[in-house]
Design a protein around this ligand. Structure first.
Ligand code: ADP
Length: 441
């Protein structure tokens, strides 16, 4: 049992978990991330301030997301000598998206509800604000860079489209509890003003409040006001304001990883605007690149041809070619495509089947790449990363240096000693792939 555990985190997808862990590490906390709810307790000698349990619950129906989240909560509490004193952080995407079908408007509200009940608390906050990554909340509306969420490309997301930027409305559609707002003026006025507003909202029967935040200063002020709140629900941004409550200050010694070795590869299954630009940039800068076309997967399957085996043969040939070159260079395998191509594929195969098939194919390719000797791997796409991590059988990892906001390198000690970067679709600059391997050098 860890004597030091201060913060127990539950993240609804793998890249989101890493993004949160990254912010906590940068703010000075020592962080371990687990893949799924561990079956074992934390090692007795684990010297960590925070543990992030990474689920793959973002696209699950609310009832299933709740079951997983409660299991994570129970495990986290069991790791703390003072389960009731342990602050819990439910982390979702900085674009506030989750499962979306004609019948279900998202699962964030249901998970927050269930965690509140389990923790016996009558109030929590909700904010995906992450100004370092261009996610700001103003008057309850989420902006991605300079545009509203609903105009950011997220309206075309293959699995979890977001067509409304008003988060109070979005969250209210997901919970019976009353949703309110702590606006930017209150946040700018400081932690005491925020605490007073929380009290007022509580008296008005509000049980969850969306919080405006435009800057890191806002997040630091908000962080102070959240001291002792049993449950925080947020994107990863709020994490920068919490370590101060435990007397922990920013440092970069908590992010050192072992020296990298082995071959380099990138696997991309994200269809976000950012990933499309990154893949295009990678190809233009001369990376050996192989496109995986979902329709071709089906056609080839019917003809008895295994796309994965084909891709790995291609990879092997290119690794051999690259071995003759001067500098180490990654190869790129991608299903990344623009919105129109994704729509066309989904029309033929159905949304769920297309997504699943591509995830399965890419994750089998990732396993094959590691078998070929890849020890430095970048995966683009939240769901894609989750699928790859599961297929590779990874259970825990140490969080290292940041490549771009929200995306650190990680190190998986066992079974193979792998440096891994899991990039959420919308994250990273256009030259993210080349930058990633530079950071690792
Ligand atoms: P992001 O982080 O950008 O949301 P994800 O990996 O979470 O990326 O989601 C992208 C989804 O789109 C995955 O389910 C993936 O399998 C699917 N996908 C990837 N490429 C294609 C494609 N060419 N056509 C249809 N679906 C695709």
């Amino acid at each position: 049992m860890s004597k030091l555990l201060l913060l127990g985190c539950i993240a609804d997808d793998f890249t989101g978990a890493t993004d949160l862990a990254n912010n906590l590490v940068r703010s000075g906390m020592r962080v371990m991330q687990t893949m799924g709810v561990p079956t074992e307790p934390l090692p007795a000698d684990a010297n960590v301030d925070a543990v992030v349990v990474a689920l793959k619950s973002r696209t699950l129906p609310p009832s299933e997301a709740v079951v997983q989240s409660l299991a994570a909560l129970e495990w986290l509490q069991a790791q703390s000598p003072d389960p009731h004193g342990l602050q819990i952080y439910f982390k979702y995407c900085s674009t506030f998206d989750s499962v979306f079908t004609p019948a279900v408007q998202g699962n964030i509200g249901a998970v927050a509800d269930a965690l509140m009940e389990a923790l016996g608390t009558d109030f929590t906050i909700a904010t995906p604000a992450f100004p370092d990554n261009g996610r700001t909340v103003f008057k309850g509306h989420l902006f991605v860079g300079d545009v509203l969420l609903s105009e950011s490309g997220m309206q075309n997301h293959p699995l979890t489209p977001m067509t409304d930027s008003n988060l109070v409305r979005v969250l209210q559609a997901q919970t019976q509890k009353k949703v309110g707002l702590i606006d930017y003026k209150t946040v700018a006025a400081g932690d005491e003003a925020i605490t007073a507003q929380i009290q007022r909202l509580r008296q008005q029967g509000v049980r969850m409040a969306v919080v405006d935040a435009l800057s890191n200063q806002d997040l630091m002020r908000l962080g102070k006001a959240l001291k002792g709140l049993p449950l925080v629900t947020a994107g990863s941004g709020v994490a920068i304001g919490l370590p101060q409550n435990f007397g922990i200050a920013s440092s970069n010694t908590s992010s050192q990883l072992p020296v990298p070795r082995g071959l380099q590869a990138i696997v991309s299954g994200s269809c976000s605007l950012a990933s499309n630009a990154q893949v295009a940039h990678g190809i233009a800068s001369g990376l050996p690149a192989l496109a995986i076309d979902p329709l071709a997967i089906v056609e080839k399957q019917t003809a008895g041809v295994d796309v994965v085996a084909e891709a790995l043969t291609w990879a092997k040939t290119n690794f051999e070619k690259l071995a003759g070159g001067q500098a180490a260079s990654p190869i790129l395998i991608y299903a990344t495509a623009d919105a129109a191509s994704v729509k066309a594929v989904q029309a033929k195969l159905g949304v769920a089947l297309a997504g699943e098939m591509v995830e399965q194919t890419l994750s089998r390719i990732a396993v094959g790449l590691v078998e070929l000797g890849v020890r430095q791997l970048v995966v683009a796409g939240g769901e894609t990363s989750g699928a790859c991590v599961q297929a590779l059988g990874l259970t825990q990892m140490q969080i290292g240096p940041q490549i771009d906001p929200g995306v650190p390198w990680c190190y998986v000690p066992s079974p193979m000693g792998l440096h891994l970067a899991l990039k959420s679709g919308n994250f990273g600059t256009e030259d993210f792939f080349s930058k990633a391997f530079e950071v690792l050098k």
